[in-house]
Ligand binder design. Structure first.
Ligand code: NCD
Length: 309
């Protein structure tokens, strides 16, 4: 499997076989996750974050350091020449000279794609506007695979802001590679983007849309993937006011689910889940962040590494 030098802009840039190869590598990365190795010694990764991030940025950074590589970049564009009016295109043309790979997060939907077109080093999309977040989809799938032992055959609900949430868009596309039943549960105002629905229909994926939780759906679920309302992406604050507090995962609601339902969340969470859920064995959102480290180590090694592991 050759991923060396590849850009990852959308999850569909990877095939199912490539995704599962990354999972195999991620399993092998476990032994390096708490110590250091030299698999990416002398490699430099540039992290260009034009939007806030905790997990994505720090896990890419930690992944690179655990692999023995180095990291440069910024998490606050106001500290770079962007503040002087430099364009994204010029920034990429400069930064590519300083590194072996670029990880970019940007509020504009086409920014990562543009960066990949301009750059001679591989570019990884760490979140582009409301559109996509392919490495999150990879770690989400890996979490399901680790916690359930398989992905095929599962009943998976994606809950919350399906309109502005980029993680659910990439995850929905990632699930087209598997034989699953998808339940989209959201307020009507935040239903799944129409173009995603059309693509899933063309791909013959089994899915249904719901505007509230139904008991017969809850009792079927193997995975409950919860997201926050993406307040910062609403063009109109009045639109946000209408939907805020429109759903919450409670202990009572979880009583209607299977005893081994896996609860995931890309985080950050705000108020869409009861905090008492944290102590349930079903709550997997913190281990999900650890799996994110393994997956990003695997991806960086696959793209920047020199030899098969
Ligand atoms: C997500 C994102 O940035 O899209 N966070 C993340 O990367 N784990 C989800 C979110 O912000 O709600």
């Amino acid at each position: 499997m050759r991923l060396k030098g590849r850009d990852v802009i959308e999850i569909t840039d990877l095939t199912r076989d490539e995704i599962e190869y990354i999972f195999e590598l991620a399993n092998k990365m476990e032994k390096f996750a708490k110590s250091k190795c030299s698999l990416l010694k002398d490699k430099i990764l540039a992290l260009l974050f034009f939007e806030p991030s905790t997990r994505t940025k720090l896990s890419f950074e930690a992944a690179m350091l655990r692999l023995g590589g180095n990291v440069i970049g910024f998490s606050e564009p106001s500290t770079s020449s962007i503040a002087k009016g430099e364009s994204l295109a010029d920034t990429i043309r400069v930064v590519e000279n300083y590194c072996d790979g670029i990880v970019i997060r940007h509020p504009l939907e086409g920014a990562a794609k543009l960066a990949a077109e301009l750059s001679n080093v591989p570019v990884i999309n760490a979140g582009s506007g409301a559109l996509s977040h392919p490495t999150q989809a990879l770690l989400d799938l890996y979490t399901i695979y680790r916690e359930k032992g398989r992905i095929d055959g599962l009943n998976i609900a994606l809950v919350g802001d399906l309109k502005y949430g980029r993680t659910v868009h990439s995850l929905a596309y990632a699930l087209t590679y598997y034989d699953v039943n998808i339940y989209f549960v959201s307020p009507p105002e935040l239903r799944m983007r129409r173009e995603v629905i059309e693509d899933l229909t063309k791909a013959n994926v089994r899915f249904k849309e719901y505007f509230e939780f139904k008991d017969d759906v809850l009792s079927n679920l193997d995975v409950l993937y919860v997201t926050r309302i993406q307040k910062e992406r609403f063009p109109d604050p009045a639109e946000y006011q209408k939907v805020k507090n429109s759903y919450k995962i409670t202990l009572d609601l979880l009583k209607k689910c299977k005893h081994d339902v896996v609860i995931m969340h890309p985080l950050p969470r705000v108020d869409e889940m009861d905090y008492q859920i944290d102590s349930m064995p079903n709550a997997k959102y913190f281990i999900q962040t650890y799996y994110g480290l393994l997956v990003r180590m695997a991806l960086l090694y696959a793209i920047l590494g020199d030899a098969p592991l």
